[in-house]
Write a protein that binds this ligand. Structure first.
Ligand code: LMR
Length: 393
């Protein structure tokens, strides 16, 4: 039976981790998978997480089951950061914990399908796993251009996709720090997108995996909050992988928003999400979410976390500013990278140039031309700029 299966190539991003690990050059540079790195090139556990984990070790008295919705203390404590001071928007939002942001996106797509969504519009390029999840769950999707060649967001394309969508169709939007381009919609863009979604009834799914890594926690949420304020229903997929540094602990959350006063609809949708979670992973892993709950319920630990997040964002902005100052590196204009957000940006390089960067200079990046700017430090940034100039000049 198993011999009938077609071989699958490994996920290209994850394969890059192994290629980089096998490279013996001491000056190699990893700009591949999206993890934050310090100026020394490390991805340390947050101090706030270490402190919360110690408290868990000291005080947790049971590891008995919680249920498909996971740690609801964590889910609720996160809500003010995502939705603002009226965290439930007047009782219109219900959430549950998921295994990472991927679990949340998967649940969003599965629930949308179950509720009758027939097609999802998605800006491309996007995080490659979006297409993989959609393919695997069998929800048809249609691409539109996320950005313009000059490094700005293509607002016309997203508005055309929304206005051209049929009934029972949705749109997938990155909440902030767009992966892979780093190009976010402006507040004016979000206002126009919100109006178009409200007029057409297209169902919005917001995937937000990098809150706090762009301009700030509140600033990064402002755009999608303005959309949520205008529309009757939405799904929000959230990841704590990056802003709490919890990558392998898989901490995410999925939120459902329904119309004002539609408590029955919210309950019904939540019960379906619960059933889908039970059938998929039964219950999410607890440890990371429990640690984050402790942080968010303790003002000292919260302050510590916010400070660590600030440091990450400040370092990435410094790297981006330095890249922007470099201007032209051979055939690549680095200037737009200074105003883009989060871990990622795209360089206009060919697949062959990506291979040359890897083989001749020990610089590892996705075949698409995406770089993780957090892999750059004041020690390797000049080497990187020179290498780009070398292969594109
Ligand atoms: C990335 O895009 O590099 C990250 O979101 C990690 C992943 O799971 O792909």
């Amino acid at each position: 039976m198993l011999n009938r299966l077609e071989p699958q190539s490994p996920d290209a991003l994850l394969a890059l981790i192994k290629l980089h690990a096998a490279d013996e050059r001491t000056d190699k540079v990893d700009l591949g998978v999206g993890v934050y790195r310090t100026g020394q090139g490390d991805t340390p556990v947050f101090g706030a997480i270490k402190a919360a984990e110690q408290r868990l070790v000291d005080t947790q008295d049971s590891k008995s089951y919680l249920g498909p919705e996971g740690d609801m203390g964590f889910v609720n404590a996160l809500m003010p950061y995502i939705f603002g001071s009226d965290a439930t928007m007047g009782g219109r939002i219900a959430g549950m914990q998921t295994p990472g942001g991927t679990g949340a996106v998967r649940l969003a797509v599965a629930l949308a399908r179950k509720a009758g969504m027939t097609r999802l519009h998605m800006g491309t390029p996007s995080w490659p796993n979006h297409a993989q999840i959609l393919g695997d769950t069998g929800l048809e999707w249609a691409p539109f251009d996320h950005s313009n060649p000059d490094g700005t967001a293509n607002i016309d394309a997203v508005l055309a996709a929304i206005r051209g969508a049929g009934p029972n169709e949705g749109v997938l939007l990155h909440g902030c720090c767009h992966n892979p381009t780093g190009i976010d919609y402006s507040l004016e863009d979000w206002a126009a997108i919100g109006d178009a979604v409200a007029e057409t009834g297209v169902f919005p799914i917001i995937d937000t995996a990098y809150q706090g890594l762009g301009a700030g926690l509140e600033e990064d949420a402002a755009g999608y909050r303005s959309l949520l304020a205008k529309v009757p229903e939405a799904f929000i997929a959230y990841s704590c992988d990056k802003n709490f540094g919890m990558y392998r602990d898989r901490v995410g959350a999925f939120y459902i928003m329904t119309g004002a006063g539609e408590v029955d609809t919210l309950d019904k949708a939540f019960s379906n999400a619960n059933a889908l979670a039970r059938a998929s992973w039964s219950m999410p892993p607890d440890h990371g979410a429990a640690a984050i709950r402790l942080i968010l319920r303790d003002s000292d630990l919260t302050a510590m976390w916010l400070d660590e997040l600030d440091q990450m964002r400040t370092r990435m902005r410094q790297v981006r500013a330095r890249l922007g100052e470099a201007g032209m590196a051979g055939g690549v204009d680095m200037t737009p990278l200074a105003s883009q957000n989060g871990l990622f940006s795209m360089l206009p390089v060919s697949k062959e140039q990506v291979v040359r960067l890897r083989e001749e200079h020990g610089i590892y990046m996705a075949g698409s031309g995406r770089i993780n700017v957090a892999g750059l430090t004041m020690d390797n940034i000049d080497k990187f700029i020179e290498a780009v100039a070398d292969v594109t000049g």
